[in-house]
Design a protein around this ligand. Structure first.
Ligand SMILES: C[C@H](O)[C@H](O)[C@@H](O)C(=O)CO
Ligand SMILES: [Mn+2]
Length: 429
């Protein structure tokens, strides 16, 4: 016997479907295509980018997490348990994006240039058991060798080599993850390098970075297991005046070396959008990575909301038919709200935006544009904002057997009561 809520969702869906039909929109195909897109959830939302090295270092490097909501994961088992719940609340099959500081070394201090696949074996086992693809990142921050503000572009060859070795090790770990899970792992390099104040020489650090990256990528690794990616940034706290790995630097680097380029939504001028960069970038690169984030005045990494920027990002992927060439990663961290809710809200929003982008009246819009009928194009683009997307979304959640509407919050609140509230600030070993 269907519940009254289920009945109401199904009835509303049927009425909504008629409306979409009149515009020639195929809802079944939109739902199917949306379900085929995997989003890579960033592990660092679960513990405020702390990681499990236990080296007592502050985050630094221009990264800042604010808030003191209780219950953050204190070890990898807790983080995996939290993630298990999040994945249950998301329609579709999704990935996990790990940073190197999330290693498990049984309490032994492992220097970052010595990390090995074995330090991630429990993550790999968990991923295999749950059929979850993995992505990876070297962690070039929150370390005594990043305190000067420079890592791969450091003037000191010893420090530079340390970070080169760390990134080489990260590629090997990425390859091991990709091989074990039978799905290529994207190993993405982001470094904080930059100057607080105006430099005299803007070129030398970039030359050093270019050479460091060439050394890191010297070894050929099977692309079936590992894909290399590089992420740019405009500025950070403490690198307001100059960032070595700027947009121009990495776009040029990625195109000349055929690497993936990572566009982070928080890493540009506030009036610039990554959605507008996608089509240009895709002309020159086979694949790219997105870090979907939300900057508020600066690269503040707020939880992504279903705003115009997010719709535009999803539209740029879907309209360009890029779903198989663009990898979607998330990058936000909010410690002022329940962290599991933060992951769930942000990821469900990304999926909603992808569903909405698959529900556009493509033929009509293309025809108007081809005929230079921009009046009808604008009228239709405004009209479709009023389509009953919520009814399709509710049905989509029913179809993929995950909580509909805000019901997922009941599960998060129960988990907060049963699990999170029992966690104290002490490190659980
Ligand atoms: C943890 C960081 O957010 C991440 O590595 C990087 O992608 C970034 O965006 C730094 O601003
Ligand atoms: Mn990022």
């Amino acid at each position: 016997m269907p519940t009254p809520k289920r009945q109401s969702i199904e009835q509303t869906y049927e009425i909504a479907k008629e409306r979409y039909d009149t515009l020639g929109i195929n809802i079944d195909s939109a739902m199917q295509k949306t379900s085929e897109i995997s989003i890579s959830l960033h592990c660092w939302q679960g513990d405020d980018v702390t990681g499990f090295e236990n080296q007592g270092q502050n985050l630094g490097s221009g990264l800042a997490v604010t808030g003191h909501y209780p219950g953050k994961a204190r070890n990898a088992d807790e983080l995996r348990k939290d993630l298990d719940l999040v994945y249950q609340l998301l329609p579709g099959k999704h990935r996990l994006n790990l940073h190197a500081i999330y290693l498990e070394s049984s309490g032994k201090k492992i220097e970052r240039n010595n990390i090995q696949p074995e330090h991630f074996s429990r993550w790999i086992d968990w991923a295999k058991a749950n059929n979850i693809g993995l992505d990876f990142n070297p962690s070039c921050f929150g370390h005594q060798h990043s305190n000067s503000g420079f890592t791969l572009s450091n003037q000191d060859p010893n420090i530079r080599n340390f970070w080169i070795e760390h990134c080489v090790a990260a590629r090997h770990i990425g390859a091991a993850m990709g091989k074990a899970t039978d799905s290529p792992c994207i190993t993405n390099i982001w470094i904080p390098d930059g100057y607080k104040d105006t430099p005299y020489d803007r070129m030398a650090p970039r030359e050093r970075l270019m050479l460091s990256l060439d050394t890191i990528f010297q070894e050929k690794i099977d692309k079936a297991h590992n894909l290399d990616s590089v992420e740019s940034k405009l500025f950070g706290i403490g690198s307001e005046s100059y960032v070595t790995g700027s947009h121009e630097f990495y776009l040029g680097y990625a195109i000349s070396r055929q690497k993936l380029y990572c566009l982070d939504a928080g890493h540009f001028h506030p009036t610039e959008t990554i959605s507008d960069k996608v089509s240009s970038t895709m002309l020159y690169l086979d694949e790219i990575l997105l870090h979907v984030s939300r900057g508020v005045r600066w690269d503040s990494d707020h939880v992504i909301t279903l705003n115009d920027d997010l719709h535009a990002i999803a539209q740029s992927i879907v309209r360009g038919n890029f779903a198989h060439r663009i990898h979607i990663g998330l990058d936000f961290f909010d410690a002022s709200i329940n962290r599991i809710a933060a992951w769930t809200i942000g990821t469900r929003n990304m999926i909603k935006a992808l569903l909405a982008a698959h529900l556009e009246p493509v033929t009509l819009l293309k025809n108007y544009e081809d005929q230079a009928d921009y009046t009808n194009r604008l009228a239709l683009l405004e009209e479709i904002k009023m389509l009953p997307l919520g009814a399709i979304w509710d049905y989509y959640c029913l179809k993929y057997d995950v909580p509909t509407r805000n019901d997922w919050m009941l599960e998060v609140k129960q988990y907060e009561h049963d699990v999170l509230s029992k966690r104290t600030d002490d490190v659980a070993m």
